[in-house]
Write a protein that binds this ligand. Structure first.
Ligand SMILES: NC(=O)c1ccc[n+]([C@@H]2O[C@H](COP(=O)([O-])OP(=O)(O)OC[C@H]3O[C@@H](n4cnc5c(N)ncnc54)[C@H](O)[C@@H]3O)[C@@H](O)[C@H]2O)c1
Ligand SMILES: O=c1ccn([C@@H]2O[C@H](COP(=O)(O)OP(=O)(O)O[C@H]3O[C@H](CO)[C@@H](O)[C@H](O)[C@H]3O)[C@@H](O)[C@H]2O)c(=O)[nH]1
Length: 427
């Protein structure tokens, strides 16, 4: 079997998943983070993020002696043949990606790398970053490649182990081949290309997904005006194999740690290249509009927001994760609060004492508590367990009898039987 010594820099969603999965493929992986507490926990196989299968995989990797956690880049890279950069690239000034974490990691490793090492950008980075990293390394005996990651939160391990494709770009063909060989056991379609194209694939894919969602949300609004049902429209569209059934669910707007920042970053990349990307701008604008439409819908359903008590069901940016970064639910909560509503929220993955939720919301650990004296319940995250809540008991605790289901998640008949009036999106 083909075994390599691999370093992974950053132990977040992408870094930790990559490290654990690469170890499970048989490679020897050293994963570094700057967060000492996180490293301490990971050494005990304690995983703080909500990813099915990840804790088990980390434990197996450690037990097999193939997965190690260290503090700081300098302790991970000296023996590595391939170094994956999996550090954050958040939205910076003006919407462009902030590359400071990438630059800091590269500065720290540059004099420690063994000759022939391939440094791989797995973080989502603007076109030209592979070149920039090579300049920063300032060595002619190492290589740089781009290997964008397409995993989704909530299914990170599954996505990593069963990818639709693997993309590796490098201006040094041999480096790209060495990186793609790490994944050989996955048997996934693999596309090798130049570094700039690989960097652009990632933004292009995420922005296309965002565009698909904005299109569906805009179509949902049209359905409401025309008396059509978006579920029927998307089902009918989705059978066309060129469109597909997935990523067609309307909602409160798209969010999360990737789509918002990546759409803004590509807009900046395009602008810097002299290209006015109107379609992408419209995609972002439509998403902004979606949150305003949801606020109006809730206001209309409860007869104005000032002084109304609302129980929010869901805070995470989507079901299956406890990630709150750029969550549409938090954005909507902030807007509701600004309009004078009082908010209590319940999310099965977010404990009451969680940090990072705005002061605008009181988080509770019990859904019944969120419903108490509420004028309405608002579903903001599509947790499947919300479908089978005791809706009659919730209705009994509420003062109003209204549910606004921004995810079209719930069964309308069940709500009607519980005496509740429901308002969905696009129907
Ligand atoms: N989250 C996703 O679903 C996803 C999917 C594909 C790609 N990406 C991209 O991958 C990158 C990482 O995203 P993430 O969600 O895993 O981030 P994250 O915030 O979950 O994790 C990043 C980790 O890097 C660590 N770190 C920061 N600077 C460091 C340094 N100098 N040395 C060592 N560790 C350092 C942080 O402490 C943190 O643990 C981003 O560019 C993101 O756009 C994310
Ligand atoms: O039919 C749908 C599908 C998604 N969403 C929303 O869209 C957002 C993004 O969802 P998703 O793409 O599943 O989340 P991420 O985990 O952020 O994954 C995206 O961002 C990652 C980081 O770049 C990429 O790796 C993934 O391929 C890409 O799907 C969330 O707010 C979802 O609720 C909808 O409203 N309707």
């Amino acid at each position: 079997m083909f075994v390599r010594r691999v370093a992974v820099v950053g132990a977040g969603y992408v870094g930790l998943t990559s490290a654990a999965c690469l170890a499970s493929l048989g490679h020897h992986v050293v994963c570094a983070d700057i967060d000492e507490k996180k490293v301490e926990q990971l050494r005990k196989a304690e995983v703080q993020i909500f990813e099915p299968g990840l804790t088990e995989l980390v434990g197996e990797g450690i037990a097999a002696g193939r997965l190690e956690f260290v503090v700081g880049v300098r302790n991970a890279v000296p023996d590595a043949e391939v170094v994956f950069l999996c550090v954050p690239t958040p939205m910076g000034e003006g919407g462009a990606a902030d590359l400071r974490a990438v630059e800091a990691a590269v500065a720290e490793m540059k004099d420690l790398l063994a000759p022939e090492t391939v440094v791989v950008n797995k973080s989502t980075v603007p076109v030209g970053t592979a070149k920039r990293v090579l300049e920063l390394l300032d060595r002619d005996d190492v290589f740089v490649a781009s290997n964008p990651e397409f995993l989704r939160e909530g299914s990170a391990v599954k996505d990593f182990m069963h990818p639709d494709r693997i993309v590796v770009g490098s201006d040094a063909q041999n480096a790209a081949e060495r990186v793609s060989a790490l994944y050989a056991r996955l048997g996934a379609p693999t596309v090798l290309m130049d570094a700039a194209s690989a960097e652009l694939v990632k933004y292009s894919a995420n922005c296309f997904l965002a565009m698909k969602l904005s299109y569906v949300n805009a179509m949902a609004e049209l359905c409401e005006r025309l008396g059509a049902d978006i579920a029927n429209v998307t089902e009918g569209m989705g059978f066309d194999q060129r469109i597909g059934q997935s990523f067609l669910q309307p909602g409160p707007g798209w969010g999360g740690s990737c789509l918002p920042k990546d759409t803004h970053a590509l807009l900046q990349i395009a602008e810097a290249a002299g290209h006015e990307f109107e379609l992408l701008q419209a995609t972002i604008n439509t998403n902004e509009k979606q949150s305003r439409l949801i606020i109006s819908k809730i206001a209309q359903a409860v007869g104005g927001l000032r002084g109304k008590k609302l129980g929010l069901l869901g805070l995470a940016f989507k079901a299956g994760t406890n990630d709150l970064r750029d969550s549409p639910a938090l954005k909507i909560a902030k807007m509701l609060k600004a309009e004078g509503a009082e908010l209590v929220a319940y999310d099965p993955a977010i404990p009451a004492e969680v940090e990072g939720v705005t002061d605008d919301v009181t988080v509770v650990d019990d859904v019944q508590h969120a419903a108490k004296d509420a004028n309405a319940l608002v579903v903001l995250t599509e947790w499947p367990q919300f479908r089978s809540l005791d809706w009659a008991a919730l209705a009994g605790a509420m003062t109003g009898q209204v549910v606004v289901d921004t995810r079209n998640l719930l069964d309308g008949d069940i709500l009607t039987r519980a005496g509740l009036t429901s308002h969905g999106v696009g129907r």
